[in-house]
Design a protein around this ligand. Sequence first.
Ligand code: CMC
Length: 428
Amino acid sequence: MTDQTAKFTLGDKSVESPVLKGTVGPDVIDIRKLYGQTGAFTFDPGFTSTASCESQITYIDGDEGVLLHRGYPIGELAEHSSFMEVAHLLLNGELPNGDELAKFENTITRHTMVHEQLTKFYSGFRRDAHPMAIMCGVVGALSAFYHDSTDISDPQQRMIASHRLIAKMPTIAAMAYKYSVGQPFVYPDNNLSYTGNFLRMTFGVPAEEYEVIPAVERAMDRIFILHADHEQNASTSTVRLAGSSGANPFACMAAGIACLWGPAHGGANEAALNMLREIGRPERIPEFIARAKDKNDPFRLMGFGHRVYKNYDPRATVMQKTVREVFEALKVNDPVFDVALQLEEMALNDDYFREKKLFPNVDFYSGVILSAIGFPTTMFTVLFALARTVGWVAQWNEMISDPAQKIGRPRQLYTGAPQRSYVPMDQR
Ligand code: CMC
């Protein structure tokens, strides 16, 4: 709380609203009593000026291009920590010491298998089903399997559900991939790291030993770190909204996955690589830039622009570096990377993109790396969901433990017909 107040005057009514102060970032006007005192709502579609909750997990300064998890800059976490460390940090508030990390990793490892009956769900899907469609269904179905961790009023059950979700997502995601290519599911190997295990379940086959390439494991782990949480983004807000009604955590995660799928959110990584491949060669870049600027063309540069970042997305910086590392480790070179680099340069020197402050976001380069590792584009958003599960469960836990928590119930500006009488069929 600050000693400032914001004054609103509406007709003969005047209201003073307290101004709240966060640790960093813009002050927040507390309008909770506004409706009661003035009879008027605020109107903010897309929440461009509205803080929907109080949170201690992630902070973004979009103008400066800063992203902090529990205070730690994303660049430092990506450089020095592992995804499991970041998961512990997001979920429990602090980086783990050696013992805490070993215990956390052990707990997650012990939950990597899924109930055998769950494997039957996959065969109900067409082989060409989008893996995000499978993820929505299978993750939602977890609530039918783990009844002992759906009582959200019990903090221990909430934590078990959170561990289960973090642990089982790689298994479920890898199974979605295996199903699409007609290969047998590969069971988890708990001797491997979280990320090594995921790579083996995805690319290994029972007929051969699978060798995890350390540079790829490290790159993949870093990609997971970069996607782990991002404040009150659309899918996280969806998870919070679904959870605010008391729905169980597995159902809430399925809601988050559904929201993430859209091309304006997690689906952008798939769309970005498809776009880069369609551009194909540097000579065609100006044509696509012109289309992105054309008001009469719905085309947008995918992987560009962000609701919050009006500067370079700090995650894109790490991604760009990681592309080079993966190419070097796998001894590959994809011309699409040159297209991406040149597209970025041309867009950043173009007045349209400069004036609108449109910069590459996390998705611009991630597809290039994932494709080099061997993932089909349809799996890209699944990988995002896998990593973001950590953020979702951390934010969901924070919300449920908040004593001020209420069901999320926005209001509206109604512009439909006023009350009228029913018209019988023969008089219409
Ligand atoms: N290409 C061309 N023009 C753009 C783009 C783009 N990628 N992004 C925004 N604009 C223009 C837009 O046309 C609008 O112009 P005007 O003011 O003249 O109407 C202006 O910039 C503001 O755009 P907006 O849609 O009002 O901004 P928003 O904050 O609602 O949307 C966004 C943010 C990410 C949905 C949007 O930038 C976009 O569609 N980008 C492409 C999709 C993408 O890469 N999404 C991934 C986001 S990062 C991963 C994640 O968090 O999920």
